[in-house]
Structures are given as C-alpha cells and as structure tokens.
Design a protein around this ligand. Structure first.
Ligand code: GDG
Length: 492
C-alpha cells in the first residue's frame, strides 16, 4: 500500500524540506474574491483544487499569494499595501492583490491569454488570434507581476511558484533581477505539438520566458515531450536532454516534469456520504422529476474544449438509436458560463442552448425531457449530489490538460457504482484507463458508449470503479503538491 498524502503530512513535509524559504504563489485568479451582493461584502473561494493544495504548503513554510484582484469589493478589503490575511475566519497567510485596468484585463486576460494562448495550446475548433496590441499588454502585465514579486523577495531566500499560461514571461523577468530565487511554474493546460506552436509570432520570447523557470511542470509526459521538442526546434542555442527531461541555455537549466493534478479524494468521498448530500439528492430528484429515471451527468465550464455540442448531439443520437430509453433516461448538463466577453464563448453558449432545445423538442414525452440544463456555478453540495446520483458521467473534452470533474466523479462514488465515460484527449485518461474511453468527435460511438454504460453489469461497474478509486485516492491533490515540493527541494 502506497503512502496516502493528507493535509497534515504535506504540511510536515513542506516544513521539513523548505522551511528556510519564503514561498510566493502567483496566479491570475485569486483564492478568495470579495464582491458586493445585496449591499453586503461576500467572499467566494475559487473552485478547483489549487487552493486546497497550496494552502498547507504556505501554512507550513510561510508565504504570500499574489493574484489579480478581480472582485468589485476587493479594494475595500486590503490595507495600504494591497494586502489582506486569508482565509477569512482563520487567516494564516497573506494575499496580495494586483490591480489591472479594464483595458489591461481585456488585452492580457480575454485577449492574449484566452484568445491566443488558450486556443493555440488546445488546438481544437477555434483558431488563435494573434494581436500585437494584446501581446504588448500581456508583456506589461507580466512586468507588473514581476515588480510585485520582486518587492516581496527583496533579499530573502525565496521560491516562486507560478500558475499557468497567463505568465509565460514572468519566470525570466524574476530570474534576471534575482538569479538565486528558485522559480517554478505549473502549466494547467496541454502543451501542443511543436508544429502547432510554431504559428505563434512571439514563440521565441515566450519560450525564453518559460525557460527562466528552474522547474516547469505539466500534467502529462506527452505535454512535457511536446515542450522539449518545441524548444529544441525553436531555440537554436538550447541543449535539450530528452532522457533527463532538462533544457540548458548558457548557465540556466530548466527541469521539465509531469505532475498530474488531482482532487482531495477523502474530502469529496466523505462529503458524498453526508446526510446533506442525501437530502440534496432527494430534492433534485423531486424537483427535476427524476425518481425512477436513469441519470447521466456532465459538468463543465462553458468552453469549446469541453466538447459540449457534440455530446448533446450524441444524446439525441442515443434516443434515436435506442428509443427504448425514451422516458427512462435523463441527461443533466451543468454549464458554468465563463469568459463571456469573448465572442467564441458567447457563440458557443447560443449553440448549446439551440441544440438542447432541438433535442428536447424532438424527443420529449409528457413531463419527461431528455436533457435538463442547469446553469452554474452551483453549490458544491449540488455538484457532489449530482455526481453521486448519476448512473453515468460524461467527460467528452476535445482536448483537456487534466479534467478534474472526472476525478471528482470517481472520488464521490463511495458506493463503487457509476460509469465514467472519459475522452481519450483529456489528461485524466492517462491515469483512469478503467473508464470507458471515448472519442468525443464521433457522435454515434459516443451514443453507443452511453448504451454500453447503461447495460454494464454491476460486477464490472464495481470492479472498474474500485480500481479508479484506489488510483485517485493514492494520487490525490496532496501528492501532487508533495511531488512538486520534492522536486523543489532538490533544487535548494
Ligand atoms: C483547467 C484545465 C485542468 C464546475 N462547475 C461547477 C464547479 N465546477 C468545478 C469542477 C472542477 C472545476 O470546476 C473544473 O475543473 P476542470 O479540470 O474540469 O477544468 P478547467 O476549469 O478547464 O481547468 C483542466 C485544471 O485546470 C486543473 O489543472 O484539469 O484541464 O483546463 O473542480 O467541480 N464547482 C461548483 N459549481 C459548479 O457549478 N461549485
């Protein structure tokens, strides 16, 4: 039996390995966002596992989290240095908020990050837009963050842990001024093939920026390899050692490593067994008229990488091909609107609504309709309830760095039941081979996989789910953080 990482042993481990260092985490999105609602200031926690993984590390070795202050009440909560202590209620670390103008947010976040880098790295239906003005703003915002990070470092021994594609230039900017600082970055999305990346007009600057990192993490070995090959082709004076997964340029060396991100397995599994989840399931079944129905569920941010339109077409196709399920199976689609300032995201929202309407019009019978739509963000308890009550969960991303929903579904199934239909093109497929692996581009195969899931014998469902649960339990979010800390400790 492998060691199971928990909050407590991660805390001890971080303390033992890195306690001489100041730990600075940098991300675009803040772990806590303050907003005015009904004339009161409310605090929301960012969804996803990052905060869960980083907080034990910060609490063990002391540190600061630097992020863009995006809430409309954020400014009213900080001191004169734009800082506040978090989490609210039991504060133990500092959050430093960076202010950006509307133009900066438009060009750096909605522009270069999400209309150039995001589509470039996912390489699916939407093509990147390379806009010179947006690129310049993106550079300026990276410089703003660099100044703020360096202000904190002063001459302290520090580790800077940067999140994601919003900050490709930041590592080099920090290293230039503070070469002894250890800089690491985790890239939460795929890294594309080198040929795809070559279409970026600023590819060299971006790669040189990223090679300011001592350690660069991706979800999968494939993303690491794509990165090594890209650097090998684009940066003439780099030395790429594929065996050691290391890149050297002059004096600087970057280690490239896979760290598959995960979820807090035990917390989700425990939550799923709670009385409140039971009550929430009863409420949902009553309100959505699902009592004797088979249930399918998908939960996604509204993003074109998640393959939602083809999935809805597959639901229609399923009822066409297997009409015996009409009135007996309901598919619940939860979508959380995101990046709605970008035209391709707005178009996607409209396309999805039209498809849902079409499928429902065609197949509805009496009170029953094939697709029930829920618009998020829904409370965490509703998400766990939906996952716990479903016979199957579909993750049909066209391309996805990891996909945490797949792992959360597994963690919530303490009953060992439920079938996961998982896209081969999600990073999670590398670990969760016991899922029904699907090709999200083929609508009829996806429909056939839904039927396969519904007729799968109980023994097989249990066997597959038990194996997946063991895997996610061992490779949980705390192990993700512990593996990164081990690699960082080797650099000290
Ligand atoms: C990026 C990469 C990578 C969703 N709806 C609600 C809700 N959620 C939560 C899910 C899950 C999270 O949001 C979504 O995580 P994903 O991993 O699926 O997707 P991205 O947002 O695209 O994240 C991805 C990830 O970074 C981490 O590295 O896995 O590949 O694209 O936790 O449960 N949570 C609540 N209500 C909702 O309605 N409370």
């Amino acid at each position: 039996m492998k060691q199971i990482w928990r909050r407590e042993n991660l805390y001890q481990f971080a303390k033992a390995k890195l306690s001489d260092y100041l730990f600075i985490c940098v991300s675009n999105r803040e772990p806590y966002i303050h907003s005015y609602r009904c004339n009161e200031i409310k605090c929301d926690t960012a969804v996803g596992g990052l905060t869960t993984a980083i907080e034990p590390v910060i609490s063990a070795i002391g540190g600061i989290w630097i992020a863009h202050g995006s809430g409309n009440a954020d400014r009213d909560m900080v001191d004169s240095k734009n800082k506040l202590m978090v989490p609210p209620g039991e504060p133990f670390y500092t959050l430093k908020r960076i202010w950006l103008s509307d133009t900066e947010v438009n060009d750096y976040y909605y522009g270069f990050s999400n209309q150039a880098l995001w589509p470039l790295c996912h390489a699916v239906d939407i093509k990147p837009i390379f806009n010179e003005a947006q690129w310049h703003t993106y550079k300026r915002v990276n410089e703003i963050f660099a100044r703020n990070v360096l202000e904190e470092i002063k001459d302290r021994r520090s580790i800077v842990f940067i999140q994601d594609y919003h900050f490709t230039l930041l590592p080099r900017l920090i290293k230039k001024v503070s070469p002894e600082t250890i800089v690491a970055q985790f890239w939460h999305i795929p890294w594309p093939r080198q040929k795809t990346f070559q279409s970026c007009p600023w590819r060299e600057e971006i790669l040189i920026g990223l090679l300011g990192n001592d350690l660069l993490g991706f979800h999968t070995v494939r993303h690491c390899r794509n990165f090594l090959t890209t650097v090998n082709r684009v940066i003439g004076d780099s030395k790429v050692n594929y065996e050691k997964a290391e890149i050297t340029i002059g004096e600087s060396k970057t280690e490239v490593r896979p760290f598959p991100i995960s979820v807090d397995f035990e917390q989700i599994s425990r939550k799923a067994q709670g009385l409140d989840v039971k009550e929430e399931i009863e409420r949902l079944k009553r309100e959505l008229n699902l009592d004797d129905k088979l249930i399918g569920v998908s939960i996604d941010r509204l993003d074109y990488i998640k393959g939602i339109p083809r999935r809805l077409m597959a639901i229609g196709h399923f009822f066409e091909k297997y009409p015996e399920y009409k009135g007996k199976m309901t598919f619940i689609q939860v979508t959380v609107p995101s990046r709605m300032d970008i035209p391709s995201y707005r178009d996607l929202g409209e396309k999805i609504s039209a498809l849902e309407e079409r499928v429902n019009l065609k197949y509805a019978m009496g009170k029953w309709k094939p697709i029930v739509t829920m618009v998020g963000p829904l409370p965490a308890i509703t998400i766990v309830a939906l996952m716990s009550m479903a016979n199957l969960c579909i993750v049909s991303s066209l391309h996805d760095g990891m996909n945490l929903v797949a792992k959360e579904f597994v963690a919530s199934r303490h009953d060992n039941d439920g079938v996961l239909l998982l896209s081969r093109f999600a990073g999670a497929a590398g670990e969760l081979g016991d899922a029904l692996l699907i090709n999200p581009y083929t609508v009829d195969q996806l429909a056939a996989a839904i039927e396969k899931a519904l007729v799968m014998p109980r023994v097989e469902r249990y066997k597959r789910m038990r194996r997946k649960r063991r895997l996610v339990k061992e490779n949980n979010i705390y192990k993700w953080a512990a593996d990164i800390i081990s690699s960082l400790a080797e650099l000290t």
